[in-house]
Design a binder for this molecule. Structure first.
Ligand SMILES: Cc1cc2nc3c(=O)[nH]c(=O)nc-3n(C[C@H](O)[C@H](O)[C@H](O)COP(=O)(O)OP(=O)(O)OC[C@H]3O[C@@H](n4cnc5c(N)ncnc54)[C@H](O)[C@@H]3O)c2cc1C
Ligand SMILES: *[C@@H]1O[C@H](CO)[C@@H](O)[C@H](O)[C@H]1NC(C)=O
Ligand SMILES: *[C@@H]1O[C@H](CO)[C@@H](O)[C@H](O)[C@H]1NC(C)=O
Length: 535
């Protein structure tokens, strides 16, 4: 057999037996791998770091950048962090090997300010770390992500959005200041009071303006439980209207729940989940939603389509990490029997497979393969177009369930960052914000499942066109398929380019577009798909 047929045979085998391969190889390996990673972090924390060493660590990073500056101009490669791609949650693989890598070993929580309700952290602190630290003290971040491996710095430089965002907007709204090492090695603070232009351009900049070395984030007071109500709704117009009503889109005076999300299971059925902070209430059942033997959260919620409306208490941290084990519903396509009762009882504790491990084992061949057979997108779209979003997604990907997280997008005036101000017609009456929503599309498109024709590049470009037309934004952790012109139509780079000049990022850090576009030639893959379909 030639090399090529071997490869195809192997991929075919892996594809048809993926669940077993993952169970017997990937999960145990990922588990051990995770133990080692945790051990490394623990060792690092106990021996090498402590909050009072923060300034010293930052000076080391400045020194690395200063040394880079001493190299002759034509030999300097663009700067990036040395954090390996496989540790980040982004689905793209930026070519860090072509960059000058700077080690950002910043893992500490620096200062909790309970008077001003803020916490100052180093950027590599994870959601898992901060919830473990804050919740027992009665606080949590106003906006986080439900994946314990996500880092607070990564969320700040990328995008953060959660089920509390219909009340407070994106993660960036609740960052009060950033501390950044610039291309010349100097350290600056950016907040509403100082360097406001930099403050506004840092979110959605993906490490293309400087190295983040600390940030101060707002926190909120919490209660120990979330009182969750699952509301099953039939009929598309009906569930879309209720989501909009609950989000506060119809009226700013509406008393919105603290947490709100909807999972759409098919064209006509959705479960809308509302959560409010709560103390213990003996009249309600307690659901330990995140324990290893419990059903996957989206499967559990789906059950209420049959059983009808239900209310229960979930301990706060378990609520915040409810989607962690099944990575929303991504794990299902890898381990189809993963939510089976017996599997969960015996092996449930092995989940989730670490995104880090899955990526660590992703060879370029596998990367191309997964890219053409899976869809992985979060898109910020105006909630008044929810029906159209669902329609478009069904037409292009035919993949359910769909995730809906309502989110405020504020109008901060012209040149306020990469995110364009919402269109006037979307503004909630009497306010300076519009209600958007994250539409999450994850999994294997129906066309692929049924072995029908599917061109991921064409589908994604179609989705992006729709997104631009209605004034939405693609999350940039996922693969994008836009050329530079289309990208600049979606994102406003006018302030960004000025900030790049003013703060010396030009010539030091890669440009945002170059940083986030896929490292593989997606247009070529699209052409190949067309070619195959034509045979
Ligand atoms: C299944 C799935 C679902 C998701 N759903 C959501 C969702 O609902 N809501 C949501 O908000 N997000 C969602 N995300 C995306 C997630 O927010 C991003 O991946 C985010 O960037 C956090 O990941 P990370 O900590 O690994 O960041 P990274 O990928 O490591 O970093 C993000 C960017 O910031 C840059 N960066 C990181 N640290 C620094 C630093 N110290 N200095 C300068 N630049 C830096 C990186 O270079 C990168 O470009 C989802 C991701 C997955 C995989
Ligand atoms: C709270 O913030 C104010 C204004 O920013 C500041 O003057 C004060 O010192 C802060 N309080 C604490 C305890 O740090
Ligand atoms: C978070 O940001 C929003 C929008 O600016 C603001 O209304 C809210 O008060 C902030 N939250 C906290 C805890 O400060």
């Amino acid at each position: 057999m030639s090399n090529k047929t071997w490869k195809h045979a192997l991929i075919d085998f892996l594809e048809s037996n993926r669940g077993l391969v993952i169970l017997f190889f990937c999960l145990p390996a990922s588990f051990v791998f995770n133990l080692l990673l945790n051990l490394r972090t623990k060792l690092h924390r106990s021996f090498f770091t402590s909050p009072n060493q923060h300034d010293k660590r930052v000076r080391r990073i400045q020194a690395q950048v200063q040394r880079w500056n001493q190299q002759p101009k034509e030999e300097r490669k663009p700067l990036c962090t040395s954090r390996p791609n496989w540790l980040s949650l982004s689905t793209t693989f930026y070519r860090k090997d072509l960059c000058h890598r700077v080690n950002i070993d910043l893992f500490d929580i620096l200062h909790l300010d309970t008077d001003n309700l803020t916490v100052r952290v180093e950027p590599m602190v994870t959601v898992g770390d901060i919830t473990r630290y804050l919740i027992p003290k009665g606080y949590t971040l106003a906006v986080t992500l439900e994946i314990s491996d996500a880092t607070l710095g990564g969320l700040a430089m990328g995008t953060g959005m959660t089920t509390h965002s219909h009340k407070v907007g994106l993660y960036q709204e609740n960052v009060s200041s950033y501390e950044v090492v610039l291309g010349d090695g100097s350290l600056v603070r950016a907040s509403v009071e100082e360097n406001e232009d930099l403050y506004k351009a840092l979110p959605w900049s993906h490490g293309s303006l400087g190295f983040l070395v600390a940030l101060t984030v707002k926190i909120v007071k919490v209660k120990p439980y979330i009182k969750m109500t699952y509301l099953p709704v039939k009929g598309q117009k009906e569930y879309c209207d209720i989501i909009r009503l609950f989000s506060g889109d119809a009226s700013a005076d509406y008393n919105t729940p603290d947490y709100l999300e909807a999972t759409i299971y098919d064209h006509d059925r959705a479960v809308i989940m509302t959560g409010d902070y709560s103390d213990h209430d003996p009249t309600l059942p307690i659901n330990h939603a995140s324990r290893w033997y419990k059903p996957w959260f989206y499967k559990y919620a789906e059950g209420f389509l049959q059983k009808g409306k239900h209310t229960e208490l979930i301990p706060l941290r378990e609520y915040l990490l409810r989607h962690d084990r099944a990575i929303f519903w991504v794990v299902e396509s890898m381990i189809p029997f993963g939510n089976n009762h017996v599997f969960r009882t015996l092996f449930g504790w092995l989940l989730p497979p670490k995104p880090a491990f899955l990526k660590f084992t992703t060879t370029p061949g596998v990367r191309e393969f997964t890219f053409t057979k899976q869809v992985f997108q979060d898109i910020v779209l105006p909630i008044r177009k929810l029906e159209d979003q669902i329609q478009k997604s069904e037409e292009l990907f035919d993949a359910y369930p769909l995730l809906v997280y309502p989110c405020r997008v504020y109008d901060r005036g012209p040149r306020s960052g990469q995110l364009r101000a919402p269109r006037k017609e979307y503004l909630v009456d009497g306010t300076n914000y519009a209600m958007y929503n994250d539409l999450g599309i994850y999994g294997v498109p129906g066309f692929v499942k049924r072995k029908k024709r599917y061109n991921p590049v064409r589908a994604m470009r179609d989705m992006e066109k729709f997104t631009r037309d209605v004034g939405g934004f693609s999350f940039l952790y996922a693969d994008i398929f836009m050329d530079r012109g289309e990208f600049e139509e979606m994102f406003d780079l006018s302030l960004y380019e000025l900030v790049r000049q003013k703060f010396g990022a030009e010539g030091a850090f890669p440009h945002l577009y170059d940083k986030v576009r896929p490292e593989i030639d997606v247009f070529e893959i699209g052409r190949q798909c067309e070619g195959m379909a034509g045979q």
